[in-house]
Design a protein around this ligand. Structure first.
Ligand code: GLU
Length: 447
């Protein structure tokens, strides 16, 4: 083992013993990039240590008052992870599970995801331990305003550009942007992305997260001389990412047959392929109930309470919900079911052991979220580009660019795997390709 890598690993284990999500993502990454830590200058400039810590991380209180007049105090976080390639860029997550470990893991993943897009963006992650479930519009608005009051000084088009993630969609970005404008006195559109179309948002941004993953899958299918036609696909979640996946899969002739929520999963053998079903997904999300059972009630399909969709025999699995939503038992079941493709859309969806099992199995082809999950941030960067030239591209133009960029991410991942003798290991390939890009940018800029 590379001694420098071993030392960094030991340090991380000591420093982050109490931050499990962060430790998990960074140790997995370190293992995958190890063959590429092949330049003595990395150690001379202690590059790895500088890559595995956020450049800046802050915590703030978010006090707000609910509709009954009761005061609540939540915690907000932002990890401004790496600015080697451009301003910090990454989502905000509003979910009770958000803490410094989760925010650091999101910022880390985002940095490497963003590097592979080839667009000038660094990486960041953030959010709050706020539960949007069952909150009224006004409560959401007040929360977003309080959140932005604490954060607005530290973001901006050339510093840090937040966007959405779990619990933060177009509505929340709207309130956040309104508050940002109010507090800063500037209509600086690219201080946030994922904005609505009426005030600087980009076409295809809402579809992008899901579309990107499906384009990536399409390249893997082509590599196997296969197509989407007739493919049965299991996905998790029912949010924005899942919605985009269902739509693009249907357009390309396949069908998504599962959706899931914290309450269980639904199985729809006909596929989630109609406009009525896509619209119902949006409705379920907007209801704020965070339950998927409503889909089964509405369309008369099976609902499996308390279970994950990975037990359904399909051709492709695309996790679209959250971290560690797939464990070793799930991975074993996926392999036993002869699933052919595993494409990550959500960030770090598999536990360390589950990922290893899938990645090393010759029975299944795998793609990692830092490549196949980058559609959302790709169109965020295109939104920034449009904002800066005060112009909007057409739907076709944005979609074509998204497709081209997803292709270049695929090509870079496959090429790096090949170069390091790793065959068709797209996960190692994407981590190595991104590592090399950031390493070059950091070294060029000195310590
Ligand atoms: N949360 C998204 C992601 O994980 C979007 C980030 C962005 O658009 O900045 O990539």
């Amino acid at each position: 083992m590379n001694e420098y890598v071993a030392r960094v690993r030991e340090n991380l284990k000591r420093l982050y013993a109490h931050e499990p999500e962060y430790l998990q993502c960074v140790l997995t990454w370190l293992e995958l990039i190890e063959p590429a830590v092949d330049d003595p200058r990395y150690e001379q400039t202690d590059l790895l240590s500088r890559m595995v810590e956020p450049e800046r991380m802050f915590t703030f209180l978010v006090p707000w008052v609910d509709d009954k007049g009761v005061a609540h105090t939540n915690h907000g976080f932002r990890a401004q992870f790496n600015s080697a390639i451009g301003p910090y860029k990454g989502g905000l997550r509003f979910h009770p599970s958000v803490n410094p470990s989760v925010v650091k893991f999101l910022g880390f993943e985002q940095t490497y995801k963003n590097a592979l897009t080839g667009l000038p963006i660094g990486g960041a992650g953030g959010g709050a331990d706020f539960d949007p479930r069952g909150k009224s519009n006004r409560e959401i608005m007040r929360f977003c305003q309080s959140f932005m009051t604490a954060m607005y000084r530290y973001i901006g088009a050339d510093t840090d550009v937040p966007a959405g993630d779990i619990g933060v969609g177009a509505r929340e970005v709207g309130y956040l942007y309104g508050a940002y404008k109010h507090l800063s006195g500037r209509a600086q559109s690219s201080a946030l992305t994922g904005k609505g179309l009426t005030y600087g948002g980009s076409l295809v941004r809402i579809e992008a997260a899901g579309y990107g993953a499906v384009y990536f899958l399409d390249r893997m299918l082509a590599h196997q001389n296969d197509t989407m036609q007739g493919k049965r696909i299991a996905i998790s979640g029912f949010g924005n990412m899942s919605w985009g996946v269902c739509r693009k899969v249907a357009q390309l002739g396949g069908k998504v047959v599962t959706l899931s929520g914290p309450d269980g999963y639904i199985y729809d053998p006909d596929g989630i392929t109609t406009q009525e079903k896509f619209d119902f997904m949006v409705q379920m999300r907007m209801s704020g109930q965070d339950k998927v059972q409503a889909y089964a009630d509405k369309f008369g399909v099976e609902f499996h309470a308390g279970k994950r969709p990975w037990e359904v025999p399909v051709d492709v699995v695309i996790p679209c919900a959250t971290q560690n939503e797939l464990d070793v038992d799930d991975a074993v079941r996926i392999l036993a079911n002869d699933v052919k493709y595993y494409v990550e859309a959500s960030n770090m969806p598999a536990t360390t052991e589950a990922l290893k099992l899938l990645r090393l199995s010759p029975k299944i082809l795998t793609a990692g979220a830092k490549a196949s999950g980058s559609g959302g941030v790709v169109v965020s960067a295109l939104e920034m580009a449009q904002n800066s030239v005060r112009y909007s591209w057409t739907h076709e133009e944005v979609e074509q660019r998204l497709r081209d960029i997803m292709n270049s991410i695929y090509d870079a991942s496959a090429a790096a795997a090949e170069q390091y003798g790793l065959g068709y290991d797209l996960i190692a390939g994407n981590d190595i390709a991104a590592f090399k890009r950031i390493a070059q940018a950091m070294m060029a800029q000195g310590l």
